[in-house]
Design a protein around this ligand. Structure first.
Ligand code: 5GP
Length: 191
């Protein structure tokens, strides 16, 4: 076998270091369900989806197309994991919303809730801005390590075990956000 052929056989999406947790089809189905649920809960409301960059970008893009209602989107960027895979505890706003949320129904869209620190802090910040309601949507919920913050999540895609996952927007050192599925990295040293 030539080296060119073996390179083609192992692509980013077929990396043997990845173990698929949620397939592309399964995610599509679940995001569709969440979209229909959100639409049913927000008919007639002034709805804005707030994506938390960068991890939520893929989920937000699919979720907004599954919500058959007029809506707008906005983004915030915060620093949470400063130290690789450990929560820093402190949340710093790197990019704030572009538009006011006064009187609007806000859904904060996250990729994954781990300790809950990032979302709790975001809720504190957004809570003082006069929104009609603020709800939370997360693709993944890792309930096990949530020792610090009690959070009420309104829309959850999947519950995940306490392992580091990548794909569908989630990265490991900047890589893997483009995977169409969610996977566990078997050996982090091989990234
Ligand atoms: P929390 O503040 O809830 O502990 O952390 C939330 C953020 O940590 C997520 O938005 C995500 O950026 C990052 N994070 C937590 N768990 C994982 C994980 O398993 N994989 C990846 N790629 N990021 C994670």
């Amino acid at each position: 076998m030539s080296s060119i052929t073996s390179k083609i056989e192992t692509t980013e999406f077929t990396d043997p270091n990845l173990e698929i947790l949620f397939s592309e089809d399964l995610i599509r189905e679940r995001v569709g369900e969440l979209g229909r649920q959100i639409a049913a809960d927000h008919a007639g409301e002034d709805l804005v989806l707030v994506g938390v960059l960068k991890g939520s970008c893929v989920f937000l893009a699919d979720l907004m197309r599954a919500i058959d209602l007029p809506l707008s989107i906005d983004f915030m960027a915060v620093s949470s994991y400063k130290d690789g895979t450990k929560s820093s505890g402190d949340v710093e706003i790197l990019k704030d919303l572009s538009n006011p949320i006064r009187g609007k129904c806000v859904i904060v869209v996250e990729d994954i809730v781990d300790t809950g620190l990032t979302l709790s802090r975001l809720l504190e910040i957004l809570g003082s801005r006069g929104a009609k309601s603020i709800r939370l949507a997360t693709l993944l919920d890792k309930p096990e390590p949530r020792i610090k913050k009690e959070l009420s999540i309104d829309y959850t895609g999947f519950v995940v075990p306490n392992r580091f996952v990548v794909g569908y927007g989630l990265d490991a050192a900047g890589r893997y956000r483009n995977l169409p599925f969610v996977a566990v990295v078997k050996d982090p040293d091989k990234i």
